[in-house]
Design a protein around this ligand. Structure first.
Ligand SMILES: Cc1cc2nc3c(=O)[nH]c(=O)nc-3n(C[C@H](O)[C@H](O)[C@H](O)COP(=O)(O)OP(=O)(O)OC[C@H]3O[C@@H](n4cnc5c(N)ncnc54)[C@H](O)[C@@H]3O)c2cc1C
Length: 379
């Protein structure tokens, strides 16, 4: 990691609460600017959304304007950080969103006319062009949207790889197994009764909305997703894959032609489902996802949703996919629509910043959101 950037304050000690991707990206920018960082995490290592996601750096789905600007900056940062922390296995893999109907193609044509289509490296491909790009695709395909700026990282490896690079700076300390119970200007207290002192405090608690009494985050929602992982596929996938139901959810597809999409299938409606499929570095497929918003969330994961997701992946790839090896659910923190910014920021008291609410784009956006904090706080 480099030394302090010109014009920044030197020798600050920054306390970061939360060991997920957002907290760790804050640690990254602080250490890069020459500061000391102490990062506290409740668990032995992060076990929440950061290690339960697809690892998709997903520029393609973001709303035009500010959200895409953040995603494109984050994509640049991921590539840069991926070179310094190779263990997170950044891959500039791009993505294909596969569609099968004229109504879906009409949506993609309007997306291609958006002013930022070139910045996202979008291309509308016919079936032959899509198959040339991803030979693993099966026959069930009418057209596809290619996004050259989408990328993949390994979510289970990201926090550890970042921490390893941070530790090499000599300016970083990770304190796992510490639940922060109180925070005030320049100080946090953990559940063991220890106090930690610093010049600034940044709290990134993810979907733990009850943190510090819960008042600040009472306006946020949570969303629960079901996911699965297969044994290694016998061929490599060149890119990440999504199906046509993505057009119902991602803001970039909010173009006039979207209203002409046929009604969702009963499974899509029931599980608020789309197919996303990412090949892990070991060859296995991460497949999802469903969306549930009503709390309390189910304790179990629903087999019916997995049957549907597996069927969709097999149709897109035109082959039987390997057996499922693990299933899990994950929860992320989300702001109510319409959102003013990618993240929700609160200043609890002087120098104590609470940041979360990145929703389903948090793995993508975290490096850029943390950079914004660093700039705003003159780190
Ligand atoms: C299934 C699933 C798939 C997703 N896929 C993608 C994707 O492909 N691409 C994308 O961009 N986004 C994706 N997301 C969203 C993304 O994962 C999240 O937005 C992001 O990980 C949030 O990171 P975070 O650091 O804010 O929160 P978290 O990962 O939840 O981390 C918060 C951390 O804070 C700790 N903590 C909480 N309270 C305390 C306390 N009092 N003291 C100490 N520590 C505390 C927690 O233990 C936790 O480790 C997905 C989310 C899910 C659930």
């Amino acid at each position: 990691m480099g030394s302090a950037a010109p014009g920044t304050l030197l020798d600050m000690r920054i306390l970061i609460v939360g060991g997920g991707v957002l907290g760790t990206m804050h640690a990254w920018h602080a250490v890069r600017r020459g500061h000391q960082v102490v990062q506290l995490e409740r668990d032995a290592g992060p076990r929440a959304a950061t290690v339960r996601n697809f690892g998709l750096v997903w520029v393609s789905g973001r709303a035009p304007g500010a959200e895409t600007t953040v995603a494109l900056r984050a994509r640049e940062l991921w590539e840069e950080i991926g070179k310094a922390a190779r263990g997170l296995k950044f891959r500039a893999a791009g993505s294909l969103t596969i569609v099968n109907t004229d109504a879906e193609v009409a949506v993609l044509e309007q997306v291609m006319a958006l002013p930022d289509a070139a910045d996202r490296e979008l291309k509308l491909l016919d079936a032959g062009e899509a198959r040339a790009l991803e030979p693993a695709l099966g026959a069930d395909l009418r057209a596809a949207l290619w996004c050259g700026r989408d990328a993949i990282v390994e979510p289970r490896l990201v926090p550890g790889a970042l921490r390893q690079a941070l530790a090499a700076s000599g300016r970083y300390q990770f304190l796992p197994g510490r639940t922060v119970v109180d925070a005030d200007t320049g100080i946090v207290r953990d559940h063991l009764g220890d106090t930690h002192h610093g010049d600034a405090v940044v709290i990134c608690p993810g979907a733990e909305h009850s943190i510090l009494g819960g008042k600040a985050l009472s306006g946020l929602h949570r969303c629960r997703l079901q996911m699965m992982q297969t044994a290694p596929l016998d061929i490599p996938l060149r890119t990440a894959l999504a199906d046509g139901d993505s057009l119902r959810y991602y803001p970039v597809f909010d173009v006039p032609a979207r209203k002409n999409l046929p009604a969702p299938s009963p499974a899509t409606d029931r599980w608020r489902m789309q197919l996303l499929c990412v090949q892990r570095a070991d060859g296995g497929l991460t497949i999802g996802d469903t969306h549930a918003y009503d709390e309390p969330f189910d304790v179990g994961v629903a087999e019916e949703a997995y049957d549907e997701l597996r069927g969709r992946a097999e149709r897109i790839l035109g082959r039987t996919i390997p057996k499922t090896v693990t299933r899990w659910a994950g929860v992320y923190s989300q702001q109510p629509e319409p959102v003013a910014a990618v993240e929700s920021r609160h200043v609890l008291t002087a120098g104590v910043h609470l940041i979360t609410g990145l929703g389903g784009r948090g793995m993508t956006a975290s490096p850029a959101v943390a950079e914004t904090t660093a700039k705003e706080l003159n780190w």
